[in-house]
Design a protein around this ligand. Sequence first.
Ligand SMILES: *[C@@H]1O[C@H](CO)[C@@H](O)[C@H](O)[C@H]1NC(C)=O
Ligand SMILES: *[C@@H]1O[C@H](CO)[C@@H](O)[C@H](O)[C@H]1NC(C)=O
Ligand SMILES: *[C@@H]1O[C@H](CO)[C@@H](O)[C@H](O)[C@H]1NC(C)=O
Ligand SMILES: *[C@@H]1O[C@H](CO)[C@@H](O)[C@H](O)[C@H]1NC(C)=O
Length: 292
Amino acid sequence: MSLSKVACLILGTAGLAAAHGHIDRVDIDGKSYGGYLVDKYPGQPNVPELIAWSTAATQDAYIQTFDYSHPNIICHQDAKPGALAGEVVAGGNVTLHWSRWFEDHRGPVISYLANCNGSCASVDKMKLKFFKIEEAGLLDNSKSPGWWASGELMAANNTWTVNIPSDIAAGDYVLRHEIIALHNAMSDNGAQAYPQCINLKVTAGGTATPKGVPATQFYKPTDPGILVNIFNNLRTYLIPGPALYNGRGAAPKVTAVIPAGTSSPAMSSTPAWTTLAAAPQACGSVPNRSAP
Ligand SMILES: *[C@@H]1O[C@H](CO)[C@@H](O)[C@H](O)[C@H]1NC(C)=O
Ligand SMILES: *[C@@H]1O[C@H](CO)[C@@H](O)[C@H](O)[C@H]1NC(C)=O
Ligand SMILES: *[C@@H]1O[C@H](CO)[C@@H](O)[C@H](O)[C@H]1NC(C)=O
Ligand SMILES: *[C@@H]1O[C@H](CO)[C@@H](O)[C@H](O)[C@H]1NC(C)=O
């Protein structure tokens, strides 16, 4: 058993809940929308109507890699569509604010859109076909374990701004935004996916109707971007999932600069203190459930 798993078990029995983060606010074009406050809303009688999808991930837990073909990977645990939609002009920006994040939860930040073919409020999530509109992963590998998109998000007050492609057809879309934490990803079933969804009404726009794929087909537990030791002086990191949609206005937000041969030769194995430090937030994936 790995050191991190031991620490996880010890801390787990000590009663520390898994605690990571969720989107608690969305800003679009000067307007603020509330997120689904998973630490408050479940079980509450008068939950406001939201653009955000509800989830049952009350401990801010993650989706484990063994569940990447389970419907929970679409918009998180037992997710249900929000009743409202945030209006954004094609080519505009959507800024997502995370309640919190952890420096050691390093990994890529990825965003997708799926057309609902009508209102997203009652959409069947199994029919959503997503195309990837943005991705950012290992941004600088000069000092292992590197500077990651997740760090960039934290440096921006836990926000990430997604640029909506300017050429897509107007309509109702689900924006699926996700951080994948890789601090335990050197082990089977170690990567942690944190998907969050909101409904958007895209206005103006063009005529593009990009082909998408169901989220249950994005990732495999053995993908090189999922089963990966980030403490092993990575030269490059292959962001998992389908190819980026490269229509107009959908250029990647950040271009990773990976200078060849500049990684430090110092550490060749996982430093124990790093996995230990990661452990308190590393326990508690979402349990398997049968599809509804
Ligand atoms: C979840 O389901 C997957 C695939 O069916 C299985 O491999 C895995 O062991 C399950 N995990 C748990 C915690 O039951
Ligand atoms: C979107 O944000 C980027 C910077 O993140 C900015 O350069 C661009 O002008 C913004 N676009 C709109 C339509 O506000
Ligand atoms: C929208 O239409 C496309 C094309 O027919 C289809 O593949 C997709 O599953 C539909 N999406 C939903 C949410 O019904
Ligand atoms: C950071 O986010 C918090 C929480 O939403 C907000 O209250 C605060 O104004 C933000 N700070 C900056 C500098 O944007």
